[in-house]
Design a protein around this ligand. Structure first.
Ligand code: PLP
Length: 404
């Protein structure tokens, strides 16, 4: 008789977005005349840029002609895309990453969830608190996290690194020594960034203790400050300890198109075994390649027109971020983020909890955000607003909050 993977039963329900949905629907049903503005979910709203649309169209045409039709893509990705990434995301920034160290995938969520498979169950993970939930939940499913404490909202075998106002929302080195360290900068949900010298401390720490860093750089395209690194490979020694994850979702609006990649340098080894060869094996066995059409669209992101158009798209979202940041600050809120990331992290006023502020904002301003407590215990009393709405809605939302 079959048995299930009981680790799945340990997962506490992820009520965050379903609870938000229920509350918003109930409010909308009771107040059909109110216009609700949603600045909660981290999804983009602007259409794909023309350079990407053109590349998609021509790739579709190729697929309709026997002479240019393509079947299975190479497991690890087409060379035209891997070369464009190596050239533009790495070489242009002074990082030595070669095309064959880049593994094309359908996005960073899958990669950040799957990467733990190549490591032993004995490893102890460390995560930031608050955190993008995928890192923890996929380790729960694998059976690496121990038991859950519903009161504290934490796992017994996970090292939590609080990111609070005291440390500017960047973690301190942990007291207990982890084996696998998940870092995401610029950060979702706090919008905080890490400077190159701060990240260098993490790289040195990992090399000293024999840990591996899984660095999620999904928001790299939103960086504005010079001192913030776009890649962990800008740090000395990162080729010996770091895996980097990237996504086209936030960089180019591909949330519905699906494209991302993982970088594993050849030097990254556990004893004699290279992680590159393990991940190549996993990818080749379990994944049959991102669609040709989508990889051509990804290539267009690095064309001159694509770059110019995407700079404008990101500037559009970051103008929203600046409006939210400044507007709330002027209104007396304690705010952070929004400079190198499309997220604004604010402190709920008047000692309110995250959910109390959620209700207050929904009722009084008809604005929907995300309670910080949904991302981990240290997110309690905080609240996330995203810059991914339209400019008009963003301005209206902020003006309503200010009038509360
Ligand atoms: C949005 C996001 C991603 C990207 O996921 P995709 O699967 O590429 O769409 C990865 N990590 C974080 C932290 C994110 O917020």
């Amino acid at each position: 008789m079959y048995k299930i993977n009981e680790n799945y039963l340990k997962l506490p329900g992820s009520y965050l977005f379903s609870t938000i949905g229920k509350k918003v629907n109930a409010y909308a049903a009771a107040h059909p005349d109110k216009k609700i503005i949603r600045l909660g979910i981290g999804d983009v709203t602007q259409p794909l840029v023309p350079a990407v649309i053109d590349a998609l169209h021509s790739a579709v045409e190729e697929m309709g002609d026997a002479a240019t039709f393509r079947g299975y893509a190479p497991d690890l990705g087409y060379d035209f895309l891997r070369n464009a990434i190596a050239e533009n995301d790495y070489k242009a920034r002074g990082c030595e990453i070669s095309a064959d160290e880049i593994f094309i995938s359908d996005g960073a969520k899958c990669d950040s969830g799957n990467i733990q498979e190549i490591f032993s169950l004995d490893n102890r993970i460390a995560v930031c608190d608050p955190v993008y939930p995928v890192y923890v939940d996929t380790n729960v499913m694998a059976g690496r996290t121990g038991t859950y404490d519903p009161g504290r909202g934490t796992w017994s075998n996970v090292i939590y690194m609080p990111c609070t106002a005291e440390n500017d929302f960047t973690p301190d080195l942990p007291e207990e020594t982890p084996d696998i360290i998940y870092l995401c900068f610029p950060n979702n949900p706090t919008g905080a960034a890490i400077t190159k010298s701060q990240l260098q401390e993490w790289v040195d720490y990992a090399n000293r203790t024999g840990a591996v860093i899984i660095f999620d750089a999904a928001y790299e395209a939103y960086i504005s400050r010079e001192e913030v690194p776009h890649s962990i490979y800008e740090c000395q020694g990162a080729r010996n300890c770091a895996i980097e994850l990237r996504s086209f979702s936030k960089k180019a609006g591909f949330t519905g198109v699906r494209l991302g990649f993982t970088v594993i340098p050849r030097e990254l080894r556990s004893g004699e075994v290279s992680l590159h060869s393990l991940w190549a094996r996993r990818h080749g066995t379990k994944y049959n390649g991102a669609p040709y059409i989508v990889q051509r669209a990804g290539e267009a992101v690095y064309s001159q027109e694509g770059k110019t158009q995407l700079e404008q798209q990101i500037a559009y979202y970051m103008k929203n971020a600046a409006y939210i940041y400044q507007g709330l600050r002027d209104a007396g809120y304690t705010v952070s983020g929004g400079v190198d990331a499309p997220y604004i992290w604010l402190k709920a006023p008047g000692g309110m909890s995250s959910w109390e502020f959620f209700d207050c904002l929904l009722e009084n301003a008809n604005v929907v955000g995300t309670p910080g407590s949904g991302f981990g215990p240290s997110g309690e009393t905080y609240f996330r607003l995203t810059a991914f709405g339209s400019y008009e809605n963003t301005v209206e939302a902020v003006d309503r909050i200010r009038a509360m």
